[in-house]
Design a protein around this ligand. Sequence first.
Ligand SMILES: [Zn+2]
Length: 296
Amino acid sequence: MTTTRPVSKAESAHPEAEVAFAAFIRRLAHDAATLRAIKSGKVDAILDPASGRAILLPEAREALRRGAAPANQILATLPREEYQRLLAAGLEPVTLALGEVLHEPGELIRQIYFPNESLLVSLVTRIQNHGALEIALVGSEGMVGLPVAQGIGTASVRAVAQGTGTALRMEAARFCEALGTCLALQRALHRYTHALIAQITQTAACNRFHQVEARLARWLLMASDRLQSNLIRFTHEWLADLLGVRRVGVTVAASALQQQRLIQYSRGNITILDREGLKASACECYQKIKDIFDCA
Ligand SMILES: [Zn+2]
């Protein structure tokens, strides 16, 4: 255990969110000794026994400290009282790791997730003997587990975290209950559903008709928009899976973009150097998808 500095009352910008966070921690701390250790600031992380995940306290605290203006764009559009209602109903912070699967096709969706800007989640489908292919990318503009909002409890695709990041999550059953009284959230999810279907439709055509280099440029811009950063941490293997091509195809495409000084690629990191140039290299799909999300 290492030392974590406790947050003082004066630093608490949103008291309601701090209360919700405290309730969340109390649910995880099963005995008085654990609670004392957390309160004394002697721990950096605790284990969520429901999922086996480590909850990093500084990140979890930060997620809820931003309670009045959550990082997720859907939650950020909600009236304050509606957001507080979701917190009270069990919306809680979680840290996800690279490769963590949130749901598999045919499985019951047990949790829904609202990613913060640090997290990307790929919706992936698999074709027998052909590997995986990304059909949509979800970041801070969206929600994972959307079928639950339409009364569908079973997933049709795999949802997998692309890197370590934070989100706010909620049990699907409690989310359904809360959604019935959250009219602004209902409207926001209708708009997001429309935009997500448009993204999936455009991605299907993109994967069939556009070259790998243009698709890679499109994907990097989409990831950058959602992460609000020009630095994207990925590997050739992941990108090959996402784009549905062989690893060598990603190497050739990334090298071509790097030679044009649009990106810099080093082990595990891609940095966008020239955003406008990368837009010019991307297929039309990037702007079409972006326009739909901007208008949604
Ligand atoms: Zn395209």
